[in-house]
Write a new protein. Structure first.
Length: 402
């Protein structure tokens, strides 16, 4: 390590000025020079403090930026008491550093966060539902609205109205004010801060205090698409996508539709009809197959003599047929053990109170790479290989037939 950096390990963080946050002045800035003012060693990584930074720290439901300091990857960014910490696995050679953020990630978060504001503002205006939780995830963005079980009609109306504001390209203003100045803005959520309050105003769509990064105009959000809604702690959790995420989702789903069109030889409007017809055909075939299995089970059972314990392993009978055979054989036996190497499955049932099938399965099935279980008198299990099920069947037989 360069001796120039040694002194920065000794800096008292409490004496530092708050980090100058360049992302508030220009969230589109990708690259800038900064000066190291402190370094903290933490386990096997370092936390670098800069005099000013492009990197947005995790907070307010928005994940942190990623990027590089002198081509050294920054794998996390956090803020505490106004100081921004940049997490790296190695240190640069000099205190004067060039910083560059991953703007693809930054702009994605800007699209999602601005879209969230617009959607939350619209839901409040239309239905009086307040946003009680927000998170930008790797796959979806979610908001928790304090309305229980929002209907499809409500979600459709909210999505349509939000997209109207996006298509109108309403201007996004970011203002820094204090408690007195805040009175001039119709913010949808009360806050406790008294100064340096950042207000994000989106024309008619929304007005809310926020510490995140946002687009300049709502048109940059592109589009918002609600993917699903589910009940969550007495509220409605809405999952949605904006901008490039929504475009990628459309591409993936369009690819699925194109594949279905080819597979089913049907136009889009007929896909559901075709699928429903196939489901009906499959259901009819299953009923026919079950009738055949029952007849087969009866014929097989006729040739099996009554006994205290009936145990058989088949290599030409599937498991559904075994279930029918088991029901029949239980009428002429106290214990029935049946297995098949076609499905590598086993079923057993007993009327003998001295036998605890459930306990045997619990104690032994994993030893034979199997899964399953049941009650004291009825169990089922499945195995990875033919050898496993044969070995388990043999072990069960030795326990039952003593």
């Amino acid at each position: 390590m360069n001796n120039e950096l040694n002194d920065f390990f000794e800096v008292d963080i409490a004496t530092l000025n708050p980090t100058n946050k360049l992302y508030y002045f220009n969230p589109y800035m990708i690259e800038a020079s900064s000066n190291i003012v402190a370094i903290l060693k933490d386990k096997d990584f370092y936390k670098i403090v800069l005099d000013e930074t492009l990197f947005y720290p995790e907070g307010g439901g928005q994940p942190s930026d990623r990027g590089e300091i002198e081509e050294i990857p920054v794998f996390d960014v956090k803020e505490k008491d106004g100081i921004v910490y940049h997490y790296v696995n190695e240190l640069p050679k000099s205190s004067k550093v060039n910083c560059k953020i991953d703007f693809h990630r930054r702009f994605d978060f800007m699209q999602q966060h601005s879209g969230e504001h617009a959607l939350s503002g619209v839901i409040l205006k239309l239905f009086g539902g307040a946003n009680k939780g927000f998170h930008i995830g790797e796959q979806f963005v979610t908001i928790d609205i304090n309305i229980k079980d929002m209907t499809e009609e409500m979600l459709t109306e909210a999505e349509k109205e939000t997209n109207r504001y996006i298509f109108e390209n309403q201007k996004v203003d970011q203002i820094v004010t204090d408690t007195e100045g805040l009175k001039a803005y119709p913010i949808r959520k009360e806050i406790t801060a008294e100064e340096d309050i950042r207000v994000v105003s989106m024309g008619e769509a929304d007005c809310c205090a926020c510490c995140g990064t946002h687009v300049r105009n709502l048109g940059e959000v592109g589009i918002i698409k609600i993917i699903k809604a589910e009940s969550y702690k007495g509220m409605t959790r809405i999952s949605f996508l904006c901008g490039y995420r929504a475009l990628n989702d459309y591409r993936e789903k369009n690819d699925i539709i194109k594949s279905l069109k080819k597979e089913l030889s049907a136009e889009e409007s007929m896909i559901l009809t075709k699928v429903q017809k196939q489901r009906e055909d499959i259901s009819a075939l299953k009923k026919q197959s079950d009738i055949i299995r029952k007849d087969l089970a009866k014929n097989i059972s006729l040739n099996i003599k009554a006994d205290e314990t009936i145990a058989l392993i088949f290599d030409d009978i599937d498991f559904p047929t075994l279930a029918h055979i088991e029901s029949i054989l239980l009428e002429k036996s106290n214990t029935v053990i049946l297995a098949t190497t076609i499905d590598n499955k086993i079923t057993a049932v007993t009327k003998n109170d001295a036998i605890n099938l459930g306990q045997f399965f619990k104690s032994n099935i994993k030893t034979y790479n199997g899964k399953g279980g049941g009650s004291k008198d009825k169990v089922q299990g499945s195995f990875e290989t033919k050898e496993d099920i044969i070995a388990f069947y043999t072990s069960l037989m030795s326990e039952v037939v003593k």
